[in-house]
Design a protein around this ligand. Sequence first.
Ligand SMILES: [Zn+2]
Length: 461
Amino acid sequence: MSLDAVLSRIDEMLPDALERLSALLRIPSISTDPAYKADCARAADWLAADLAGLGFKAESRPTPGHPMVVAHGEGPSSGEGRHLLFYGHYDVQPVDPLELWHRDPFDPAIEETPKGRVIRARGSSDDKGQLMTFIEACRAWKAVHGTLPGKLTIFLEGEEESGSPSLVPFMKENARELTADVALICDTGLHEDKYPAITTMLRGMVKEQVTIHAADKDLHSGMYGGAAANPIRVLAKILAGLHDDSGRVTLPGFYDDVDELPDAIRAQWQKLPFDHAKFLGDVGLSVPAGEQDRTPLEMLWSRPTCEFNGITGGYTGAGFKTVLPAEARAKVSFRLVSRQDPGKISAAFRAYVRSMLPPDCTADFGPDDGNSPASVMEITDPAFEAARAALSEEWGLPTAYVGSGGSIPIAGYFKSVLGMDAMLIGFARDDDQIHSPNEKYDVESFHKGIRSWARILARLA
Ligand SMILES: [Zn+2]
């Protein structure tokens, strides 16, 4: 059995794979700090050389920022599988505050912990450990079969932790070369630290800044209070009107383009362990505050939101000043799902605000700040079921299609720029301390991650 041979090879090679990961982790590729520019280039070169050694045509390509690594590999000539594109990022977050690390962040070591063995270093989980799971699966395949499993493109970014300024221009300039049948993104985690998952729904975002104006200057409430319009009162009424008592957003048409969950996905989510009491308890809360006829997972993954992120106006310093302010401001954001159109939601919000203005009050909006639609992957593509089966087999647990409450921009770009659906598959755990001191990646995540990709490649490539 050819897959069994690859899996055995992965088991045997684990110590060597950890050594290779350690070599990559020793390169301090902090993308946001110009002092590490040469190190970012060195990490890209290291990866391009490693991939070239596996038979990929691999290059570190310059951008105005840090380089992109692009590698193309071919499988056996008879291969009839899909062309897969794998994405990861080789840059890491800064390490401050350094004194909170119990070892040098760029001197990785394997540590025994009560929860098992971990490799500790900046980038061990986010994202060098994760991206190396895929490369190690390719290496084991090549060692056993003499070729890669199929047509593969590997695309590794070096600016993910610093806003990805070069990503979309690079994707547009190289669209033909980077377009494959499906994208694989390894930068997410296991569900509840244990269950394999494929993220297929990511919420989008609309950000609105509104200023309500009334009198042409601040007034004294002793002289004008009672007679003058107060923009804070107007704003408070506007914001309070955006939700009804059951937690639904009241904007006309807000739910028009929100799809109900397919029954199969609903059934998967019902079986997913999710301890919402602990989830809320961890932050000092107890009662889910969203739409009352929805489960907490639906509130987080498949339902849209309207949230107030900041509100200012009047006097907010120490003591008291009985001012009637000339203006009041709020920042309001919407998380979008399904087919909700950012432009339509923005227009509905602004029309609602204007409809609520009493005489003498006006509203300004903006500046606009990068709205994006939700990403929903086409899971009817059989590749998704094949990957799900492969993950369930490796982990011995059912694999669910899950949502992500936040946005993961790269998945949206693959869809909007290259027209590709993406599977987000990752093996990080909640306590990996990514972006924080003492980041680690479980050796089990690394090992089973490599085996997972081998099983996925066997089915898809
Ligand atoms: Zn990451």
